[in-house]
Design a binder for this molecule. Sequence first.
Ligand code: SAH
Ligand code: SF4
Ligand code: F3S
Length: 470
Amino acid sequence: MNLPSLKEAQKRTRNKIPFIEEKYELSEDLKKLGQGKYYYIKTYGCQMNVHDSENIKAILESMSFQETEDFEQADFILLNTCAIRENAHNKMFGFLGRVKHLKEERPHIITAICGCMAQEESVVDALMKKYKWVDIVFGTHNIHRLPYILERSMARREQEIEVFSKEGEVVENIPVKRDSKYKAWVNIMFGCDKFCTYCIVPYTRGKQRSRKPELIVSEVEDLVKKGYQEVTLLGQNVNAYGKDLEDPCDMGTLLEMVAKTGIPRIRFMTSHPWDFNDAMIDVISSYDNIMPYVHLPLQSGSDRILKLMGRRYTKAQYLELVSKLKEKIPNLALTTDIIVGFPGETREDFEETLEVVKTCEYDSAFTFIFSPREGTPAAKMKDITSLEEKNQRLYELNALVNEYANKKNQEYLGKVVKVLIEGPSEKGNLMGYTETMKLVNVDGNEETIGKIVDVEITDVKTWSLDGKVV
Ligand code: SAH
Ligand code: SF4
Ligand code: F3S
């Protein structure tokens, strides 16, 4: 048993980051462990978790488990969890209730929890005391150890907890079963050292650690060979990529290396405004296969609140960066994340956020009410704003965001844009995304699936576009 510790999770040292690069290999026994058994994974949270689930699926299939979409059919049920806000917690505990009923009917099923909630000391405490029937808990640092954890659990049938609170390693060669044949997630770094005062991620994912550039490039080259059209380079702060490497590299250099593989579309997320340098902007603007789309979390438009959040930039610096991006990257689409109701946020602070939204004219924004996370500094800050007031601010903010989202989409009416067709849409046509990440419902034939085609935009909604292949 290995339990998470908040104290350990907070630590950062100058110790070297271990790179684990051996081949992924299992014994013959482990390869057969899942024979005749079905697994079901439910994934919460960000793209990082979605991609981790793609790794977990491949690991389970290397053990002969088969995937099922119907959780009532599964022999192994895994919840890959997110800890970012209270409602992520609630959703997972809600689903766990359903799993419990199923387990009462079918006691042989194995249930497991992994992901960011599994890294939380208080969550694992609750799982040990009140959810003894949950068979396995493992964390974000030891996904590759799943075969051994499962083997032990199946042999002992006691609650198996293996969570490490540590800075972490860079583990290469974990197999992957990608959800899409056209678009791929590629990790370029793990963890985060920014410690924004509201955020749990630095505690659940460990220290910032970058993958070696040559290994990222060879992963993308392999995807090109397989016919992939798009990669999204993933990290909590992709702009800080490479700073922690022994042979330092930076995001501009990496983007250029990836662009030269010839992959048709490159995206990256998330960008922290603090590390966005001019060289990187130049690279984005000089390669056609680097998409003109930047997700640039603002969080707040008030300098006082930004300081309390530990975001390391001011409103003026943020706006200067946005104007530089817009100037150098033609037809840039810009999206953001905003938190309302941070402890101490006044009406005036909130209005400054609205002002920034008006200046930046975001294509869209993810907006949240501040949710105190145990162990983070902001959770201890005095918060006097009522929930009613916070809801009101969120409502006002969303109305403004939608207005600009609609305005931005209107600019597309009648234009011909490039769309990567991904498959059938809910409405029975096809669907795909523009270079600027706009969802398009496309009238066209199925032969275009997996291809980038010219689409004429015929109708515009706030959150999507309609179009036809030309
Ligand atoms: N690494 C990214 C953010 C990852 S979390 C970045 O730095 O931009 C995604 C978003 O969730 C954040 O941008 C923030 O807006 C929101 N978020 C994080 N912690 C939160 C909290 N405690 N309460 C409300 N929203 C939060
Ligand atoms: Fe969280 Fe801040 Fe790190 Fe983003 S940069 S993951 S918001 S601590
Ligand atoms: Fe959630 Fe962890 Fe991602 S907390 S947002 S799944 S890094």
